[in-house]
Design a protein around this ligand. Structure first.
Ligand SMILES: O=C(O)[C@H]1NCC[C@@H]1O
Length: 340
């Protein structure tokens, strides 16, 4: 066996969504801040290509790189690599990172509860983990400030017509559309159609509405959330959704950044209060339990601190290698699975 690089990974998923974690074999990228390091990874593409592209990756895979934190409050930092973007924050990935850090012993676990602060490119996130018998059983993540951008905007989508949408940021940027307006029930058999339709709506929203984060250099809409109806029982709102991730896959988890964005919209529309809980369900029936922790001012905009919680599990370990004679050191993508 020979290899010109070896990258050590602990693989995990959070409520169905893959979030592998690189725990060794990669030196920290250059940059004064974790955001700058994120930008380097995004512009350089070498690590993204090696880990996300086939034959090592695939369209369903997200990979997180652990880096030493820049902020002294944080115990660890992570840079998230998703198929198209290297985002500010991710719910499922932060749960995978927390699970790997605690369940593998990289950070000490305290039972019945471990508290730690992680540094995502988008900012600090406070984590509380319920732990039992050496396992972090449920991870609670206080997300970065989340806010509404546009409410009840109209976009034209070729082949669909006029759609009423909201746009919001929940650690990443979303266009949110009602499933009923598209005739979807959000069932697994609709998967391919949901992913293709969502990608087209994201494109239309970027062309017609756009998005600019008030404090970060994040100037596009990443995802389309197709949101099902909400059912209220007491102070718990439960609703199914799916999030189309470009170039054309669905989030298997209920999407933590999506739930954060949706809660900002629900609060702004008076459909959710600070005392309510939101239980977001995915197309595979997994669940994130979410709430709004507080409200704040973000450069003149009303924002919320959302909390999302879910479960993560380790699925294996891998050493990804590169034979110096492999003709595809950066891998490849084909439109059969990578196309929308
Ligand atoms: O939970 C989330 O926020 C996400 N899952 C995959 C895509 C998003 O980052």
């Amino acid at each position: 066996m020979r290899s010109s690089k070896t990258i050590h990974v602990i693989s995990a998923h959070a409520e169905g969504e893959v979030g592998d974690v690189i725990v060794g074999g990669v030196t920290p990228p250059p940059g004064e801040t974790v955001w700058d390091q994120r930008t380097h990874i995004a512009e350089d593409q070498t690590l993204r290509d090696f880990m996300l592209n086939e034959p090592r990756g695939g369209v369903f895979r997200h990979v997180n790189l652990l880096v030493p934190p820049k902020n002294p409050e944080a115990a660890a930092a992570f840079i998230i690599m998703e198929p198209e973007d290297t985002p500010p924050m991710s719910g499922s990935n932060s749960i995978c990172v927390s699970t790997v850090l605690l369940d593998s012993g990289i950070l000490p676990m305290h039972e019945p509860e471990t508290r730690l602060t992680l540094e995502a490119p988008g900012g600090l996130v406070r984590v509380r983990a319920e732990c039992r018998n050496g396992k972090a059983e449920r991870i609670y993540v206080q997300n970065v400030p989340s806010f509404v951008d546009k409410l009840d905007a109209r976009i034209e989508v070729e082949g669909i017509g006029t759609l009423r949408v909201d746009t919001a940021f929940g650690g990443d940027s979303f266009v949110i559309v009602d499933a009923a307006d598209l005739g979807f029930d959000l069932t697994p058999d609709e998967g391919a159609d949901l992913a293709r339709t969502g990608a087209r709506i994201t494109d239309a929203a970027n062309e017609q509405l756009g998005f600019n984060h008030p404090t970060k250099d994040w100037n596009h809409i990443s995802f389309c959330q197709i949101a099902g109806p909400l059912n209220r029982q007491g102070d718990i709102l439960t609703g199914r959704n799916t999030v189309a991730i470009k170039p054309g896959k669905l989030d298997r988890s209920p999407c933590g950044t999506g739930a954060s964005a949706r809660m900002a919209v629900l609060l702004a529309k008076g459909q959710m209060s600070m005392n309510d809980r939101y239980h977001a369900r995915s197309v595979i029936d997994s669940e994130f339990r979410c709430r709004i922790v507080d409200q704040l001012d973000l450069n003149g905009r009303m924002a919320i601190t959302p909390e999302i919680s879910g479960r993560g599990w380790i699925t294996g370990t891998h050493q990804h290698m590169l034979d110096p004679e492999d003709p595809w050191p950066g891998g490849y993508r084909l439109s059969d699975t990578w196309g929308a």
